[in-house]
Design a binder for this molecule. Sequence first.
Ligand SMILES: Cc1cc2nc3c(=O)[nH]c(=O)nc-3n(C[C@H](O)[C@H](O)[C@H](O)COP(=O)(O)O)c2cc1C
Length: 437
Amino acid sequence: MAGKPFHLAWFLQGSSIAGWGDPFAGNIARDWMSAGAFLDLARAMERACFDYVLIEDSIYVGENWKNSREIFLANGMCAPRQEPSVVATLMAAATTRLGIVPTLSTFAYHPYLTSRIVGSLDQISGGRGGWNMVTGSSDLSAMNFGMDALPEHDARYLMAEEYIQICKGLWGSWEPGAIVADRDSGLLIDHTKVHTIDFKGEYYASRGPLNSGPLPQGRPVIAQAGGSKMGKAFAARHADTIVAAPRGVAAMKKYRDDIRAEMMAAGRDPDDCKVLFLLQPIVTETKAEAAEKIAMRREFSEKNIDRMLARFGWSTNLDLSDCDLDAPIGELTTNGHQSSLAQFLDNSKGKTLRQAIVDHTTKGYCVDVVGTPDTCAGMMAEIMEEIGGDGFLIEQPNVHRKAIASITDGLVPELMHRGLTRKAYAHEQLRDNLLDF
Ligand SMILES: Cc1cc2nc3c(=O)[nH]c(=O)nc-3n(C[C@H](O)[C@H](O)[C@H](O)COP(=O)(O)O)c2cc1C
């Protein structure tokens, strides 16, 4: 490949039925719950040689607008969401090289269960299993599991540290060579190589060993998205890949530099973790069509301020329905995604809430990449050159087959042609492909 290539992954926000009204959305309002769309997506990602697909999760129906579920359900916003490990299993069966990375929230699954689910995924996929480790952000999700609220933000990371120690212990509870399968002696498994972990922490405990057996990758690929100080430090200690959404090239570069410095401080080689930046490319056949889409996106935001604010409130655990739209934004704090809120407030100085949310929702996540495949590929190359690596986590706000094809069959062939992304997988396992360049 010419120059330094970069990695690609796909961010799948559940069934993403919200796009059901788009032209060319097919019949997703009717057939979203069946496997077809997921399988087509996985195959398209593999055709485009993506490293992995990350299956987002949130385990609640939003109510962060006028204390009601109405706006969320009426518009299919962030709901329905199916169990990611089930979807992951189907995607694994439909592919042979693509990495499959479901999100499992630490407050919702016991570490033994997570280790077993993700371990099994790694086995059935032949070493392509990953886990997006999130600590959750909404008290509504906590209530679904019998809690009144999530633990406080920083405490969640302290708990996560124990959690990951258990997972790593369980994945290591089978020594290499434990499975003997010797026909002559009749010995299948050497019991002296399978151990308990006897972990008793402040928050979690587990005895082990993991009864589902060893993993092809030893342990699955860990994805993380910490944005706060504690979150970043945690990710730098444990992640094989980090997904992030800082706004603007300077902030992206700083984020990656910070992570690399934290990794070195933690005694890790910074090249062992690939930082991928969230991007929503608008890829069109002509320049004029791109301009039209940008104008339509702004008009949609301006006409649907309530939906924009509800969606923002959903991710930041805030209900902004009482705020005056035409007054400057007052002080806001959250026990949810702190970095998302901090970034929003930072970019909203001197603006009214209305102006701030329109600006926020009419810009792509990290940077705007808009235009023909040629234009978009050129922009992506420049951004990566400026930042130094490691790639992009691609998303389309409304997922349907046409939106997916605009990336996998429009943009990616141009990236491949320029030698910016891989044309074929070099390895069978996910971590090996991530570490390939
Ligand atoms: C690209 C990306 C994907 C994320 N996916 C999820 C997810 O699926 N579920 C979830 O609860 N949080 C998700 N998060 C939120 C992060 O886990 C994290 O809480 C957030 O980035 C704020 O960081 P902090 O917890 O350090 O404040 C995601 C964040 C980013 C940037």
